[in-house]
Design a protein around this ligand. Structure first.
Ligand SMILES: Cc1cc2nc3c(=O)[nH]c(=O)nc-3n(C[C@H](O)[C@H](O)[C@H](O)COP(=O)(O)OP(=O)(O)OC[C@H]3O[C@@H](n4cnc5c(N)ncnc54)[C@H](O)[C@@H]3O)c2cc1C
Length: 534
């Protein structure tokens, strides 16, 4: 018997479990479907690209996307202790003040910017910044990159030449600008939430982590969650929770688990022969993800990281990393970003551009073996909404994922403007010594709006940020209340990115950790940290 059973040891679940255990709130059991985070590639910054095709991720495939030319792109998600935070590109971004103020205005009381900032800060152990927005001594290592390629520096200069001002901090007063990413690393090693929170909390004796445990449903007695059933090594087992069951299985798996447990849309459960326990029509709805598409130029020579993973170079780079903590292995590969408003350069950003100093496309897309520079823009607050549904009643089956990428015309309007800006950055003078004069993608023939529209639909892909499928709020379609309790069920909460009412403007790991941090205070019943009006 545990006091708290947490399903999923990903970014939110690890932060929550660590805080509950450290606070002596009771016995905490984390059930993680994936393996422990022992693979050495997890812990080196450059591991991200190598891990993308590995077994440490779920390789979901979406439904055919009508607005992506009928393609069904992949949507990789973390499937290992530490979740997405163990396999991601480690970019540390929080989003904009207004993201959270809109959450609060739409019913997520307590989640305005001034109320979440203290939790971002409590988490953060920044190696450069310590001010009204930042903290230096939290458990989550956040560091400047120690390795940046010349090609990335050329991007940062070129974006300025295209009119985007330089910023040294995307997470401070304003997000706007181009600059180098800070990453969730410490001393040259990845700092996932599992590393930051779970490992230290194990010493308290209040925490037990069970890996390789696929949770199959929440056990309910009447309207009360009392435990979960899971499969480990082919055996069905149970663990009971004296106080609460907390679902932290991420934006795709958490709604699936609720539905498998009889909590969800009535017709959907009936279709799969699952007895309805609590009717919640919003479960699995409101799926949002960022959708990116590349502007690429090939390099004139050996620039960026192309070829750095060849046999001989891997040995050299590995030795350089082990002996001197420098070189390409120290890079998270995605070293710089730009945040820009493509309608009004002075306004708060509506587009993010990731710069990757290689030709970068997902594994289900064209694989080009040449050195190149990729700018991947995406619309920060997409209007398109999709859904997650059950494929069948088998807990091991991947659910139906239909993000409906670019189904809203506003997303396409902004995407076209973003692509135009990305290609203009690649054409600036600071890129000239590194890249060919001819554009590789979309290519010089793709000029008018109709052609750009077709190109974007042919290349659109996930930025790996599915959120919103168990939305917080007080209306009929909300799944959890602002204290993250599942409506209509006692002792059951959701603590992960599925509670986001709207996708935030940026990468979603730091917000997932913030959600875990804030949830730990809510669950313990302590006063929230004082607002910070920075
Ligand atoms: C390839 C990739 C690159 C990314 N790059 C970045 C980046 O650079 N910066 C950034 O900020 N964000 C990035 N992200 C996104 C970020 O990592 C995620 O948004 C974040 O980790 C989500 O946190 P979460 O707690 O909601 O879910 P997750 O971290 O996904 O955790 C869910 C956990 O639950 C487990 N689980 C699922 N189902 C079950 C079950 N039935 N039983 C038991 N356990 C279960 C999973 O194995 C997983 O460990 C990236 C994600 C990916 C996949």
């Amino acid at each position: 018997m545990a006091d708290y059973v947490i399903v999923g040891g990903g970014s939110s679940g690890s932060a929550l479990a660590g805080r509950l255990a450290e606070a002596g709130a009771g016995k905490v059991v984390v059930l993680e479907a994936g393996p422990p985070d022992r693979n050495p590639l997890i812990h080196i910054p450059a591991g991200f690209v190598k891990l993308l095709d590995s077994k440490l991720l779920y390789h979901y495939q979406t439904e055919k996307q009508k607005d992506l030319a009928g393609r069904a792109p992949i949507m990789p998600q973390g499937a290992v202790l530490g979740g997405g935070g163990s396999v991601n590109a480690a970019i540390y971004i929080r989003g904009q003040r207004n993201d959270y103020d809109v959450w609060a205005a739409e019913g997520a009381d307590g989640w305005s910017y001034s109320e979440v900032l203290p939790y971002f800060k409590r988490a953060e152990g920044n190696d450069r910044l310590s001010d009204a927005y930042h903290n230096a001594d939290g458990p989550l290592g956040v560091s400047d990159l120690r390795q940046i390629t010349d090609l990335t520096r050329a991007f940062v200069r070129s974006a300025q030449e295209a009119g985007i001002p330089f910023t040294s901090d995307f997470n401070g007063v304003r997000q706007r600008g181009v600059g180098f990413n800070q990453t969730t690393t410490r001393n040259g090693r990845r700092c996932s939430a599992a590393v930051a929170y779970l490992r230290p909390a194990l010493k308290t004796g209040n925490l037990e982590i069970r890996t390789g445990c696929l949770v199959t449903r929440v056990l309910l007695e009447g309207d009360r969650a009392v435990g979960v059933e899971y499969v480990q090594g082919g055996r069905v087992q149970k663990v009971m929770a004296d106080r609460e069951v907390i679902l932290s299985a991420g934006g795709i798996q958490t709604p699936k688990l609720l539905m498998l447990s009889g909590i969800g849309p009535e017709a959907e459960l009936r279709k799969h022969g699952i007895a309805l326990k609590v009717r919640l029509e919003g479960v699995g709805q409101n799926l949002q993800d960022h959708c990116e598409f590349p502007a690429i130029r090939f390099c004139t020579g050996r620039h960026g990281y192309f070829g750095e993973d060849s046999f001989l170079r891997s040995i050299k780079n590995g030795l350089q990393y082990m002996l001197f903590k420098c070189g390409p292995v120290m890079s998270n590969v995605t070293e710089a970003c730009a945040f820009v408003n493509v309608d009004d350069m002075e306004a708060e950003p509506n587009v993010q551009m990731h710069f990757v100093p290689i030709v970068f496309m997902d594994s289900d897309q064209e694989q080009v073996k040449r050195a190149g520079a990729t700018i991947n823009p995406c619309v920060l607050r997409p209007e398109s909404r999709g859904e997650v549904r059950l494929r069948n009643a088998d807990p091991a089956a991947h659910p139906i994922i239909d993000p409906r990428y670019l189904s809203h015309p506003e997303d396409m309007r902004l995407s076209i403007k973003a692509l135009k800006m990305a290609r203009s950055i690649l054409g600036q003078k600071s890129f000239a010594p590194f890249v060919e004069a001819r554009e590789a993608y979309p290519g010089p023939d793709i000029r008018d709006e109709a052609a750009l529209d077709r190109y974007i639909r042919s290349k659109g892909k996930t930025v790996y940020h599915p959120v919103g499928t168990c939305r917080m709020g007080r209306d009929d379609m909300a799944v959890v209340d602002p204290e993250l309790r599942v409506h209509g069920v006692r002792n059951l909460r959701v603590v992960d990115n599925s509670v986001m009412p709207r996708l935030i403007s940026g990468n979603t790991n730091a917000p997932a950790i913030m959600i875990g941090e804030k949830a730990s205070d809510i669950i313990r019943g302590v006063d929230p940290l004082p607002r910070l009006n920075a």
